[in-house]
Design a binder for this molecule. Structure first.
Ligand code: PSU
Ligand code: MN
Length: 347
């Protein structure tokens, strides 16, 4: 029997697809270390669409008064689109994929407190190890940390706001987000609105190319050949996207191709902020320049750099928060539709 996909020209036999599918949990894990919720596990096992959500955005990225509502809203957006949400975080020292509403709210409530850690790949053994030793922390997992755990669970798509990148001056400081190397080695597709322009976008694209990461931008109604990689708050950046896609069917085709080829690297799809919320780059330039300079002067480097700069931009430009929310809803809707398309191709 042949499964016909919505991408007209791809058709595979179920047996062959199973051989290639990455939607399979890797192994059984010690539940004190890593646990997938029943709902998510069932969805993965039965081939239902699942989308992962990161959680540093709640613990270190968004205003603490609104982050709990945001966490619940983004899961609702996925459910409304027929997709099982899988928020990823460290809860009481254990890595978790799929949280209850109460757990989402509890994680959001520790934002800004010392017990809330920002967790990228390098931090996973530390925070979980301390949990096992009786010192449990709560952790917001970055895109990189969330990708690691998503892959362990068998989830292929992660939706979020902004990707980390090469920082300005990164050629000297070597401050390059672990999100980029993660995309180079973990086959999870990240859908976000590009990188914030406090980062060095040309070098970020160069780095992703070196890492072998497929980067493509949704045309989103634009018909011209040259389409910019979006810069988070702005649809444009002045920097051309390496490639362009028209819709979710094309995105799903690319993910399926990556899986069939057995490539171990990830994919990055940039989805521009809605035109109604796009903020011209010139409006943010001064705020960003000042924030980056203050971070350097006040010694905010390493993992604390991004949260510091984000907080300064938000403090000084009120409307970015509304823009951020509108964009997140759009990205998560996009991720949901790609996931539904992919499940129709792959079963
Ligand atoms: N960029 C944003 N908002 C965010 C982040 C980045 O506009 O919340 C978060 C994401 O979780 C991302 C992480 O994975 O920051 C990258 O941090 P760093 O630059 O320290 O690698
Ligand atoms: Mn960094």
């Amino acid at each position: 029997k042949t499964v016909r996909s919505t991408v007209g020209h791809i058709s595979v036999s179920p047996a062959r697809y199973r051989f290639y599918s990455t939607q399979k949990p890797r192994q059984k894990f010690d539940s004190k270390v890593f646990k997938v919720s029943e709902e998510v596990e069932d969805a993965i096992r039965t081939g239902k669409p699942v989308v992962a959500l990161e959680s540093t955005i709640y613990t270190h990225g968004y205003p603490p008064e609104q982050n709990g509502d945001l966490a619940v809203l983004l899961e609702d957006v996925l459910r409304e689109n027929g997709v099982v949400p899988a928020t990823i975080a460290v809860v009481d020292g254990a890595a978790r994929v799929g949280l209850s509403t109460a757990e989402l709210r509890r994680l959001a409530s520790v934002a800004g407190k010392p017990e809330a850690m920002k967790v990228s790949r390098r931090d996973l053994p530390y925070i979980i190890g301390l949990g096992l030793a009786g010192r449990p922390f709560q952790g917001g997992t970055t895109i990189s940390g969330s990708m690691v755990l998503a892959q362990m669970a068998g989830i292929e798509i992660l939706g979020t706001g902004g990707l980390g990148g090469v920082h300005r001056g990164g050629q000297d400081t070597m401050d390059i987000s672990a999100d980029l190397t993660e995309l180079g080695r973990t086959n999870v597709t990240v859908i976000s609105s590009g990188c914030k322009s406090f980062l060095d976008l040309p070098r970020t694209l160069e780095y992703l190319e070196t890492q072998g990461v497929c980067v493509s931008t949704f045309a989103d109604g634009r018909t011209e050949n040259d389409i910019d990689i979006p810069s988070f708050y702005c649809r444009n950046s002045g920097i051309r996207s390496p490639t362009v896609i028209q819709d979710e069917t094309e995105a799903a085709g690319i993910i399926y191709a990556q899986r069939q080829l057995g490539l171990s690297s990830g994919i990055f799809f940039a989805n521009p902020i809605p035109a109604s919320h796009s903020i011209p780059q010139s409006e943010l330039e001064d705020v960003i320049d000042t924030a980056v300079q203050e971070a350097t002067e006040q010694g905010y480097h390493g993992a604390s750099n991004t949260p510091f700069v984000l907080a300064k931009i938000k403090e000084r430009t009120g409307k970015v928060i509304l823009a951020n929310k509108a964009m997140l809803e759009r990205n998560i809707t996009r991720a949901a539709k790609v996931s539904v398309e992919l499940s129709q191709i792959a079963g």
